[in-house]
Design a protein around this ligand. Structure first.
Ligand SMILES: NC(=O)c1ccc[n+]([C@@H]2O[C@H](COP(=O)([O-])OP(=O)(O)OC[C@H]3O[C@@H](n4cnc5c(N)ncnc54)[C@H](OP(=O)(O)O)[C@@H]3O)[C@@H](O)[C@H]2O)c1
Length: 361
């Protein structure tokens, strides 16, 4: 089968990490063996994928050579393992996310993809493959951050997992709500009953409101902390969907009156505000397996079985979930695998604004 495979050696990836000036795409289309499934897995014929910033970061720095890239996919079930959970039938439409860029036999940017039967969701009728392909990473990230780490319950789906001080209207800050992660988090928080306080740039105010933001503030404004805390002096929970250039400190400052927790999406994001905890998440822990970046020298993550269980619950609720969560706006890129490579380059250049690039395979 055809797949998009990483091709940078360790030295080149270390240089990219140090100087942030990657040359070339860091990947190429190759013929590789079609994956063989385990009894708990299903095989998916991939029909559409979405590109995420993590995919080019993997191609540039993280991925060992010969790893299949890509996390977000949608397609159809073409083989079912003898003990695969999920009640799958041949031809079912399926979507989700995998840990792309780490394994030579599993990655979304491929004609065929093997996935755990309980970590994929059924695509509802009426939703296109391209829309479905935008949901895996973004919904998983929003759920992991808001539900598992900040304790915001979603009673109909993730039972019993809420924080004790949660009441209807609980205020939560979503920093950079126009990111794909942010648009999902806004909807998740809204469905949970939160008052959703969002930062975005003015070009994205209408977009984040359309996805459920109750109050929107310009993150570029010099007095953004003062303006938010004047109106919302009691915020104790924040998700920083940007996690760069001081954004985490701004979130922490918003929480400083009462203390609380900021969840970040990038490892280097830090804040020094007393009484405010900062916790980084990696959506890959949802897959329930330990992993290491830049092996053998890079950071390691332990398996988090509770994260995997939460994702499996979310996937089981698939249809219910997609009734309340709508996909982000999409922009379709032509060219199949070449379209993926050009999508990765657009993300490197920061050209995604309020939209997700999707590619039909
Ligand atoms: N740790 C994890 O598990 C995890 C999971 C998902 C994503 N991530 C990371 O989270 C980040 C967001 O990913 P994504 O795919 O959701 O993003 P995305 O959709 O590519 O984000 C695009 C948006 O970023 C916003 N933006 C650009 N410059 C900004 C700035 N200086 N300050 C604040 N916002 C700015 C823009 O919003 P405006 O129009 O408002 O300017 C733009 O619409 C990436 O770094 C990604 O690698 C991590």
């Amino acid at each position: 089968m055809k797949a998009l495979v990483s091709n940078r050696i360790l030295a080149s990836r270390l240089l990219n990490m140090g100087f942030n000036k990657p040359r070339g795409p860091g990947c190429e289309v190759r013929d590789v063996p079609k994956p063989t499934i385990e009894p708990h897995e299903i095989l998916v014929r991939v029909r559409a994928v979405a590109v995420n910033p993590t995919d080019f970061k993997h191609a540039d720095i993280v991925s060992p050579p010969n790893s299949i890239l890509g996390c977000d996919y949608a397609g159809e079930v073409v083989e079912i393992g003898a003990q695969a959970p999920g009640n799958w039938a041949m031809g079912d439409r399926v979507a989700g996310a995998v840990h792309g860029g780490l394994y030579s036999d599993r990655g979304a940017f491929a004609e065929y993809l093997k996935v755990d039967g309980d970590l994929a969701f059924k695509v509802p009728e009426g939703m296109t493959d391209e829309d479905a392909a935008t949901l895996g990473v973004s919904i998983g990230t929003a759920m992991l951050a808001l539900n598992q780490r900040l304790g915001i319950p979603w009673p109909s789906i993730l039972k019993g997992s809420g924080r004790k001080d949660f009441v209807e209207g609980f205020p939560v800050l979503i920093y950079s709500g126009a990111t794909t992660a942010g648009l999902m988090a806004i909807q998740f928080a809204k469905a949970a009953g939160c008052t959703v306080v969002v930062t975005a740039s003015p070009r994205s105010f209408d977009l984040v409101k359309k996805y459920g933001a109750d109050h929107v503030f310009d993150y570029r404004s010099k007095d953004v902390v003062a303006v938010i805390t004047k109106q919302f002096p009691n915020i104790t929970a924040a998700l920083d969907c940007y996690s760069e250039a001081g954004s985490t400190e701004i979130c922490a400052q918003v929480l400083k009156n009462k203390g609380g927790k900021v969840v970040t999406l990038l490892m280097d994001a830090k804040a020094k505000t007393p009484g405010v905890e900062v916790e980084n998440i990696m959506a890959y822990t949802l897959m329930g397996k330990p992993f290491q970046w830049l092996a053998p020298i890079g950071p390691k993550w332990e398996a988090r079985p509770e994260d995997r269980k939460a994702l499996a619950e979310l996937c089981k609720s698939g249809l219910e979930l997609t009734k309340v969560i709508k996909p982000p706006p999409t922009r379709h890129l032509e060219g199949g695998f070449d379209g993926i490579i050009s999508g990765l380059e657009k993300l490197r250049r920061g050209e995604a604004s309020g939209c997700k690039f999707v590619i039909t395979l």
